[in-house]
Design a protein around this ligand. Sequence first.
Ligand code: HEM
Length: 599
Amino acid sequence: MFSSGADASDGASSQGYRNWNVTTLSFFLGEHVDVYFIHFILSTLLVATVLSWLVTWFSERMRCIRMLETLPGPSLELPNNAFTPHAWLAHLPLAVDFSGENPIPGYPGLARSVDNLIQLHKQFSQQEGIMRLWILNPFKLTPFAQVMVFVTDPEMVQQVLKAKDISKNVIKQADIYRLCKALAGDSLLEILEDTPRWKHQRKLTALGMHQSLLEHTNSEIIKLLYETVFPQWDGTTSTAETFTMEAGEWCTRLVAEILGIVAFSQSFGGLESEATNTDNNKQSLYDLFKNLQFIITKRSLRPPFLIPFYIKENKEFKQCQDKLNNVIKSIVEERVAQHEEAKTRQQDNDTTKRKHQSLGEFNDLLSYLMMEDEDDDRYRLTEKELLGNVRMFLFAGQDTSAIVLSQTLYELATHQSTQLRLQKEVDALFAQFDSPDHQPAYKDIMRLEYLDAVTKEALRLHSPAGVARRNTVDIKLTRGDCAYSIPKGSNIFVYPFLTGLGAGQNNDDLDEFIPERFLKEDRGNHILGRPESCYMPFSIGPRNCVGHPLATAEIKVVLAHLVHRYTVRKTEGSEEPIKMMQITVKPHQIMLNFERRHC
Ligand code: HEM
């Protein structure tokens, strides 16, 4: 038994508190329990709980590190390099240029991370199909150190993204989408899990990618090229027959304009010369996306708690974000008003119940997103979601297709025999059509086999989009007799341009641009790396790219008309474009000569 040694000099309130403690605790533990003893027990319990949590955390962390260290990957530089500041960020200097020795012009602070990643892939993951990097801290036991697991073997990518038993425990990586909220927030791309809300938005978008949208895309591209672009270019080339252009920015402006028209029935005027374009808000869309992407990239390379301290940069970010949202808002508000008007008209004229609300006078992607299902109103898009999806389509749609288009032009300029073969195929088709008013239809272009092979080969090597996931339980990936375990909570990345380089197979020529590998009849004459299994530029599984029919149509139609009218050549002394990691993998600059053909 214990006595309650109360001190008579205690104040009234502490006396009351003690009495309460004693009374309450005595109720549970019996009479004569010393309050100090109770405090001792509680403190001990608290310390024991914290200690046991720490022990559990550290043993779990040790278990994860042991698992991760069985994966191939570079070692950490510490302790040998402990006195170089960037060694403290583990492998992050592969993406951040601390030395300033090899800068990317116009992008201070960014290292040539794509080249670095390709080198690491060749060194560590090409044979085994998987590798890991540590970033932000070299001490793996601390919570600051983060791991990135790159899966590059096509068989293992299938398991992560498609095989039901594994992929059900692999969800979209939340941190990356939080950083990209200004571009992809409130859209179907951002929804992390395969919920009914995602399914509904995905269904509407997939419905929107119908055959007549693609036919419409074909005719709008022809209109843009023959009414706006070629007259401008022919003005430039009237004396020299050749002119030089930065293809990266031009392709982005062209694709944004195509997307504006076919997805939202809006012209952004990005292709018009400055003299004829009066709408500054729309013309600067290209710059807004460029600025936002650069700032998001810089943020992704910093510890999150430092982000609020970049005050000037944050102010610029907010201004770009507001401007972009104003453009999107004006598109959506105008269409919502038209939609409501059409709905009222329809209700006046038609009293029969329809399953789907009419698309009104538009048949673009936005009309499908606004489509209402009268039987099921649960997942109808809110105005916020409508704005989010339009913003995401503009970003995901223009940046990606434009990158592939400009990289394909560069490959054709570098491989003149490929360009000649493509021109021969395209010229044979165009010979059947004789004027801008009489041009090949979408289905004619889609039938061109060599154009298909060229586009696929460019997509295999230059796919710009990556996939970021997080596994909610430990997973085991297998490849032949080998098995690789990835502990739960790891950041898993799949980059189709790395997967396209093949893993562990006969891949001697897989880093070369050889479209013939996609042609059955040509394969017999060459010993070419087999592309089928490693070709996944639009990702695979349920979260693959829903915009891929539109992207392929845009790239093929533009390419066919360009190579029919011009021969593309490298500029003198030009080097291979630097690839930058800016949410997407994009070329820094692609300077090309365009030479008018007379055929
Ligand atoms: C060459 C062009 C394109 C490439 C290489 C590409 C690639 C990809 C990839 C790899 C993903 C998967 C991302 C992830 O899982 O995190 C994706 C998703 C997506 N893409 Fe594309 N994309 C292209 C063009 C487009 C276009 C033109 C649109 C629409 C106009 C579009 C809309 C989307 C959407 C909405 C998603 C998310 C799908 C979902 O989560 O269900 N993409 N894309």
